[in-house]
Design a protein around this ligand. Sequence first.
Ligand SMILES: *Cc1c(COP(=O)(O)O)cnc(C)c1O
Length: 356
Amino acid sequence: MRVHNFGAGPCTLPEEVLTDARDEFLDFGGSGMSLVEMSHRSEAYEEVHQGALSLTRSVSGAPSDFEILFVQGGATLQFSMIPMNLLNAGERAGYVVSGSWGEKALSNARHHGSVYVAWDGAGDGYTSMPDPGSVVVEEGSRYLHVTTNETIGGIRMVEFPATDVALVADMSSEYLARPVDWDRYDLIYGGVQKNLAPAGMAVVFVRRSVVENGNQDLGDYLRYGFHSSSDSLGNTPPMFPIWIMGKVLARLDAAGGVEVLERESAQKAALLYSAIDGSDGFYRNPVNIRDRSHMNVVFRLPSEELESRFVAESTAAGLIGLKGHRSVGGLRASLYAALTLESVHRLVEFMADFRT
Ligand SMILES: *Cc1c(COP(=O)(O)O)cnc(C)c1O
């Protein structure tokens, strides 16, 4: 029996995708071997690869002046590749530090270029996103980096900073779950293991002119141009997550794409927040209401002892992955794309039972 997997990443994937992959696994398309044993230059893999690229474009709605790259190293490598590629000599970039991931993006960027803090939410324990006017962007900044959903703190950027500077966004934990105003961005990235695929790579959307005008003095893998000029086939790509992501995206596309996923995510989150808010203070969500994440819902119980019991008993009931991140404690339910509304109903029922 499959559990209800509320883990923060890697995430639950659609069961039909898993069974479909299982059925194809030993003998891909009558080739007598598995896809992951094949040359990445083979015709069969080429089709899978180009299919995943084109579905990524159609589902995301990325305009034609954006390149789509599949890059190993997850979102973490992008923390370095972004400043390495985008910051030419003398250029600076601002960072909105809205939680653990924003902080990591900033601290990694410090190794590669001149960056500064444009806003920091430490004062309120990273429980809110900035008001649009409170982000201080220095004139002439090359870009402003934002984390649109902080996976650990459970906050989501609803109102974006008021600036003309191009945005660079880490959208890992809400990838393809919200429409994007592409004009405002030079680059959008995310690890695929939160919403889209097994771990193993990031998807990077980057404006073509940014690739062309960026720093070219980098080793192959670190340079966006290496990936864009080869359709992300410059070296051996992560064939397994690309293959599975193609299947996930095909389903997502058929189900109605980003708008539908956004609506479903909002619905799942609303159900859980209303259970929290309606618990007479037994469950508490500490974040600013405007900024409540639709993907990672964090909550506390009256004591740490009750929280440990909640984790143990929910796990025994087949609701897994609810322990909060070790850096903040508490509980966290991640409601990624493939987690069903039914799973959230089960959690809400468990929460009601646990309380009484
Ligand atoms: C998980 C996560 C990361 C780290 O992703 P990796 O692919 O493991 O490097 C970065 N940013 C956000 C917002 C995340 O949720």
